[in-house]
Design a protein around this ligand. Structure first.
Ligand code: URA
Length: 266
């Protein structure tokens, strides 16, 4: 193994726009995709939340859970920006990340507004192949999955643990026909049914890149997503009230998990 390249404490990372000193000792990060969700999420997760910076798709706040600092940083959409974010977060001292995303379920028994905790992901992305070959699995940290699942149970949140299908595209890779042309290339026709038959739970766009990159960088990763599309009924995205329900549930699960992990020092 080669030497690891940690940044100097005051070295500002090129893409995320902040440095180790800005973390005030935080080792845990919660990662939504959308920069617009960072402030409300930081405020919902903890207290004394403060803005760090906003650069490109990366908006960052610090919050405190049981007096311990936790970073909330957006990743933007898709694998490439997730991997860039992780590379820089690891260099400044982050060791644990929880993706806080949205998703479309492909299983009939999962409803809008419910929560999915992914233990692994099918690699329909390009980014993860730059880090590890096709035979390498995209898996979550077991500790993270356990903490998130325990928190969901304790908080009575309807949650499902399983495998995600992480696609680089929202339309063809997720076999959506309501696109501009309506065309889905042959390679993707029938794939929703195939993933469904194989027991995968959901479609989203970041988790496989997150899991593989985190593993390659030597940090722990988990993912908790809110269900905002039910693909067994329609291709549409749910209205705002569903987002809000899912968000509140994801917050409960994330806070519960972080309290366990921070207490255990893991
Ligand atoms: N995000 C996705 O990538 N797909 C969905 O269906 C919903 C959210």
């Amino acid at each position: 193994m080669k030497e690891k390249h940690y940044a100097a404490p005051d070295e500002v990372m090129y893409h995320i726009g902040f440095c180790h000193n800005d973390l005030r000792g935080a080792r845990f990060a919660v990662l939504p995709g959308d920069p617009g969700r960072v402030e409300p999420l930081a405020r919902a997760l903890g207290v004394d939340s403060e803005f760090i910076t906003s650069h490109r798709e990366y908006t960052s706040w610090l919050t405190y859970i049981e007096k311990q600092p936790v970073l909330v940083c957006s990743t933007g959409m898709g694998g490439p920006s997730v991997a860039i974010c992780l590379e820089e977060l690891v260099r400044i001292g982050i060791t644990h990340v929880i993706r806080f995303g949205t998703t479309g379920t492909i299983q009939d028994e999962i409803d809008l507004g419910e929560v999915i905790i992914n233990k692994a992901a099918i690699r329909l992305d390009g980014t993860s192949y730059h880090y590890a070959p096709a035979a390498f699995p995209a898996v979550a940290s077991f500790t993270m999955v356990e903490a998130l699942s325990k928190a969901a149970k304790a908080e009575n949140v309807p949650a499902h643990v399983g495998i995600s299908v992480s696609s680089d595209t929202f339309w063809p890779g997720q076999e959506r026909y309501d696109s501009f042309t309506g065309y889905v290339p042959k390679a993707f026709q029938g794939t929703l049914q195939e993933w469904q038959a194989l027991g995968a739970l959901n479609y989203e766009m970041e988790t496989s890149a997150l899991f593989v990159t985190a593993q390659c960088l030597g940090i722990k990763a988990g993912a908790v997503c809110g269900v905002v599309a039910k693909r067994t009924d329609s291709e549409s995205i749910a209205p705002k009230n569903i987002y809000d329900t899912a968000f509140d549930r994801q917050v409960k699960v994330t806070v519960g998990a972080l309290k366990q992990l921070l207490k255990a020092g893991d």
